[in-house]
Design a protein around this ligand. Structure first.
Ligand code: SF4
Length: 339
């Protein structure tokens, strides 16, 4: 049975935040001192995550599971969770292209521990990896993440390629006046390292609340900057995927841009989210949530929890309202929601 929202969009992609904790302190995400972490008892166990994921996949034909955080690799024994999720099966009769198969399992990570985990995660059933990298300059990396970990992140990218992940995608959040001077360098990095760089428009989810619309470097600006040096052409039709994509005319690969602010793509959205403390969110910018964790811990059976998921999807809005006066920032910051 498909999960369809009031705008006729079928939900196919569940993002699971496996922890709110992170070993970095990115300035566009959280304050230097970090956040007030969830008590461990309030965080979904692997069994609870598996139970919920099973409902989404085997009951509602969701075929994409993305693991996020905080930083997902700081959650101990992460390959154990991936192995559990890899045992799930999209129903054979589903309209999903993955009918009868395991769901597509991906991760968004800062890459600093990926050299240690890449092989094990791959063996456990992980299919795709996105590694965050906003700068190639050591000093600026230290400023932006408050951690001197650039070398380990670059090594994490190599480890992902060596483990057979392809394409390895690089997520680069571009902030005007901070790292927009590196758009070309990041594009060149992608061409030379054979990884697909995805430039992400800065979003109002920073814990410090400093986001301003004039700090957003738009898709059009990024395309113009790169296209002036490396001729590119847009790849038609993105489907529900968040990124628009371009290919280099000289065959050196692809880039992606996620234009959340300048060209919202909510009309094709197929995503929902689960926070580390078991709150169900129908949108990254949602201002309301549905407490599945308490329901489960109070003994609710799968039918009851599934009915709550359907009820929640029935309230999903058309899209974010960032460019409108009605826009209200979510109470949670990015690290408390997961990308
Ligand atoms: S902003 Fe919300 S509705 Fe729009 S694409 Fe993102 S998750 Fe979907």
């Amino acid at each position: 049975m498909d999960l369809v929202d009031p705008f006729g969009r079928t939900i196919r992609d569940l993002r699971i935040s496996v922890t709110d904790r992170c070993n970095f302190r990115c300035t566009y995400c959280m304050p230097e001192e970090g956040m007030k972490w969830l008590p461990r008892s309030d965080v979904l166990s692997f069994e609870e995550m598996e139970r919920l994921a099973r409902m989404f996949v085997e009951r509602f034909e969701v075929d994409g599971l993305r693991l996020t955080g905080g930083e997902p690799t700081v959650r101990a024994h992460l390959p154990v969770l991936v192995r559990k999720l890899a045992e799930l099966r999209v129903p054979a009769g589903s309209s999903s292209p993955l009918a009868g198969q395991k769901p597509d399992i991906s991760i968004t990570t800062n890459g600093s521990s990926f050299r240690l985990l890449a092989g094990e995660l791959r063996d456990a059933g992980l299919d795709r990896v996105n590694i965050s990298l906003d700068t190639l300059q050591q000093e600026k990396f230290l400023q932006m993440t408050r951690r001197d970990e650039l070398v380990r992140v670059l090594d994490g990218i190599e480890a992902a390629k060596e483990a057979g992940f392809s394409p390895v995608k690089i997520n680069a959040v571009i902030e005007r006046g901070v790292n927009d001077d590196e758009i070309l360098a990041l594009a060149t990095f992608g061409r030379e390292r054979d990884v697909e760089v995805r430039f992400i428009e800065f979003m109002p989810l920073d814990a410090s609340g400093h986001w301003m619309s004039d700090t957003v470097v738009t898709q059009d600006e990024i395309v113009a900057m790169i296209g002036a040096v490396y001729p590119i052409e847009q790849v038609p039709a993105r489907g529900a995927a968040p990124a628009d994509r371009w290919r280099y005319l000289d065959g050196a690969g692809m880039i992606g841009i996620i234009p959340t602010i300048s060209r919202p793509f909510c009309g094709d959205c197929d995503r929902v989210r689960l926070t580390a403390d078991g709150q169900f969110r129908t949108c990254l910018f949602a201002t309301d949530e549905f407490d599945l964790l308490t329901m489960m811990r109070r003994g609710a059976n799968d039918d009851t929890v599934a009915a709550e998921i359907q009820r929640a999807v029935g309230t999903k809005w058309a899209g974010h309202q960032i460019n409108q006066v009605t826009f209200t920032r979510p109470v949670r910051s990015m690290s408390q929601i997961g990308g």
